[in-house]
Design a protein around this ligand. Structure first.
Ligand SMILES: [Zn+2]
Length: 69
């Protein structure tokens, strides 16, 4: 089921001060560095920080469930 040529990138966003995951299919001749620089420039920092907050909430919930056992 894997999509061929799809690559996972972990560019660093200086605004969020964190790496974010990016799935992209780039043509062979594409400049990955330029693509990643553009992706960071267009990064949705608000959505990213919201997603991070939501993820940590899920983790806290899972830890509580483990403690119940
Ligand atoms: Zn960002």
């Amino acid at each position: 089921m894997a999509i061929p040529n799809v690559k996972r990138y972990r560019p660093f966003c200086p605004v969020c001060n964190d790496n974010f995951t990016l799935m992209a299919v780039l043509p062979n001749q594409a400049n990955a560095d330029a693509y990643l620089a553009d992706a960071v420039a267009r990064h949705d920092h608000k959505a990213f920080s919201d997603a991070k907050a939501a993820m940590s909430k899920v983790r806290v919930g899972q830890q509580k469930q483990v403690k119940k056992k």
